[in-house]
Design a protein around this ligand. Structure first.
Ligand SMILES: [Mn+2]
Length: 438
């Protein structure tokens, strides 16, 4: 299906969601606590404020956590819901789902349901449209809200998506509306070049605690580490881009990320943080430490919240770099996977994402974090391996086998199991990955 007709079908579904919202005065919103979910929440909030609707937003890790509603109010799920047909079927009030996760099972609604998801219209929700992108289309059926394109792009980038399909359309809208600008360059956060190179997690350049390597890198590329990244000349940017590509090749990073890092950079002109990379990092960090409402307030234009959010990000980056250093040598190799079992790690998913894209790129990577009687699993792989391995399916099947629950996307999935089943679970994951790669 061409992306044009898929987008039209998506708009039709978004139209039905907007019609359902129009029939209610109060909307109870549950959204995910990550960058995509927070951006989704900000988009819905802005659109509902403009439409004069009352609402309440709660952030959830997922629908394995409990949620509440009162009969008669509209329940809206963003960045979740599609994978939980059984749960949604039990809800005795009107429901709107704005999600991009792979739908699992058929929803039999008790009341009215509007379900908007790229997978339902022949679009790939893994790379072509995120939940905040779905919310953007919804917001633009509710009113004229094209300036929210910049927020939608934060969600797409936060979910490591590409500027194709629905995202490409949002980017085009943002450029036309003058809220987004594309500049030549490298995707790096703002700051002093030396700090930026050490502290960047996406791309992860592996300079933390390696001052000598960093100085050598700067010297070879003839760059001044004290200069602000945002003030580099085109010629300096070109030398920096070349040096980064060389560095990533030497690290054995997944080569598919090069085109995402080098070439263009996005400027979000109508937001408080204009460098898109920094904006994504900051929202992401707030989500990671549970400060979702700080990030939400920042996206809605609160300057004090932005200052708090930037401090949170700086602390989070250092913590994550420390964690990467700590666990790097504990990664083990199975037949068809690599895996890491952490006890009381900070969080599994950033470790899994960074290692799988920059350090351990040859096999799917499974990271288990055991904390307070729970084992939380994050599975990651790159797009090339994901053509054969479907981690959403692997997590679902392996988790079900040990009495847990799993799912997600082909490249990024997760599961919740009990600590006593970790070994059995990893064996099953390895077996499933071998079967898919064979
Ligand atoms: Mn998402």
């Amino acid at each position: 299906m061409s992306s044009g007709s898929a987008i039209n079908l998506l708009r039709e579904r978004a139209r039905r969601a907007a019609d359902l919202v129009a029939r209610h005065d109060f909307i109870r919103i549950y959204t995910h606590h990550d960058a995509d979910g927070i951006s989704a929440g900000a988009i819905i909030a802005k659109a509902l404020l403009k439409a004069g609707k009352a609402f309440h937003i709660t952030f959830l890790k997922g629908l394995n956590e409990p949620f509440e509603y009162e009969q008669g109010e509209l329940l809206l799920f963003a960045d979740m819901g599609s994978g939980y047909a059984d749960l949604i079927s039990q809800v005795d009030t009107d429901v709107v789902i704005l999600d991009h996760h792979i739908p699992n099972g058929e929803i039999r609604p008790k009341r009215n349901l509007a379900h908007v998801n790229p997978h339902l219209v022949g679009m790939d929700g893994t790379f072509e449209l995120s939940a905040s992108g779905v919310c953007y289309f919804f917001a633009n059926e509710l009113g004229r809200n094209r300036e929210l394109a910049s927020v939608a792009l934060i969600g797409a980038l936060g979910d490591k998506q590409r500027m194709v399909g629905g995202n490409e359309e949002i980017l085009r809208n943002g450029l036309e509306a003058g809220v987004v600008e594309e500049r030549k360059g490298v995707s790096l956060p703002s700051g002093k070049l030396r700090d930026v190179l050490v502290q960047s997690l996406e791309p992860f350049l592996d300079f933390y605690g390696k001052e000598e390597e960093l100085e050598e890198f700067l010297e070879k590329a003839r760059l001044d580490g004290d200069k602000e990244f945002d003030e580099l000349s085109d010629e300096e940017i070109r030398r920096l881009a070349d040096a980064i590509v060389l560095r990533l090749l030497k690290m054995n990073a997944y080569t598919g990320i090069f085109s995402q890092i080098v070439g263009k950079r996005l400027i979000l002109k109508n937001l408080l943080i204009k460098n898109a990379v920094t904006a994504v990092d900051v929202v992401n960090s707030c989500g990671r430490i549970g400060a979702m409402s700080t990030a939400l307030a920042m996206l809605l234009g609160d300057v004090e919240a932005m200052n708090r959010a930037i401090r949170i990000n700086n602390e989070y980056v250092i913590q994550t770099l420390e964690e990467l250093k700590k666990w790097r040598n504990e990664v083990k190799e199975g037949f068809c996977i690599r895996y890491l079992v952490m006890e009381n790690g900070l969080s599994a998913s950033p470790i899994a994402t960074i290692f799988s894209r920059y350090v351990f790129t040859d096999k799917p990577l499974i990271v288990v974090n055991i904390k307070n009687e729970y084992a939380k699993v994050s599975a990651r792989t790159n797009e090339a391996l994901a053509e054969r391995v479907d981690l959403a399916e692997v997590m679902r099947l392996a988790a079900e086998k040990v009495g847990g629950r799993g799912g997600g996307h082909r490249v990024a999935a997760g599961a919740n199991i009990t600590p006593d089943k970790v070994e059995e679970f990893l064996k099953e994951v390895d077996r499933l990955c071998c079967a898919m790669l064979a």
